[in-house]
Design a protein around this ligand. Structure first.
Ligand SMILES: *Cc1c(COP(=O)(O)O)cnc(C)c1O
Length: 241
């Protein structure tokens, strides 16, 4: 068995155990395989091991792989999870199924307009990125700004508001990990409850949080989509972070 296949089994096992420990159904938590810096053949290998959703951080790198794997497109779901500048939105609108990293209305508006040119792909699924650790350098909106941005994005055509995404500051302290994820969940539930009858919130069901080192804490705090890179594909070269 290949390393990627073995790793995928181990990650799925972690996901299941974490779900059971939290009294949740494993099927309610999606696994996104983050393939940034790894070649198309690694993605193909993961696909043969049953993985269909892949996350990429860099527009050019992601689009290259999507094109390289064009023949497999019907079986693959592509998620853009990295920082997105406005001059790159068109390529994302043309190639991806999801964007997790919306943190400005302008980016969402551009994606909305540009997605109309690619009706075959259907609506673009998007999450608003929260800056939960409130670090200056990180992208994402504050917990206070999230609802306002959600409200504007919910009204845009060609894109569907799916939920919130967060990348808390890495910490080896479980209590600290869980506190950050809990804050994201509370923000998510607050918005969901308040807008449960509003147009544009019909599919507001996604909490994208948890990576290789904090998957268990994220699932304990309600994550519905974990984004796992190194635990599946191995260590990345530290050229880009
Ligand atoms: C790289 C990355 C991941 C995966 O991180 P690992 O620690 O390798 O699992 C998840 N989410 C985002 C936004 C990333 O950039």
């Amino acid at each position: 068995m290949s390393q990627i296949t073995t790793n995928l089994m181990l990650v799925r096992q972690r996901l299941e155990l974490a779900a059971l420990a939290a009294n949740r159904e494993p099927e309610d938590i999606q696994l996104l395989a983050v393939s940034k810096t790894f070649p198309a053949r690694a993605i193909e290998e993961a696909m043969h091991a049953g993985q269909s959703a892949f996350g990429e951080n860099y527009v050019q790198e992601g689009v290259e792989k999507i094109q390289e794997l064009a023949k497999l497109r019907p079986w693959l779901e592509w998620h853009f999870i990295g920082p997105l500048q406005s001059n790159k939105t068109r390529e994302v609108a043309e190639h991806f199924d999801w964007v997790h990293s919306i943190d400005r209305l302008k980016i969402a508006e551009r994606l909305s307009t540009q997605r109309a040119e690619f009706p075959d792909l259907g609506d673009l699924q998007v999450c608003i990125q929260l800056n939960v650790s409130a670090e200056e350098s990180k992208s994402g909106v504050s917990l206070n700004e999230a609802e306002l941005l959600c409200d504007s994005v919910a009204k845009l055509p060609n894109i569907i508001l799916r939920g919130l995404m967060a990348i808390p500051e890495p910490s080896s302290d479980i209590a600290q990990q869980r506190a950050a994820f809990a804050a994201v969940r509370e923000c998510f539930l607050g918005i969901k409850v308040k807008h449960s009858n509003d147009i544009g919130y019909e599919f507001f069901d996604t909490l994208s949080m948890g990576m290789s080192d904090d998957l268990e804490s994220a699932i304990a705090e309600g994550s519905t989509m974990v984004r796992i890179g190194s635990a599946i594909f191995g260590k990345r070269n530290k050229i880009k972070t």
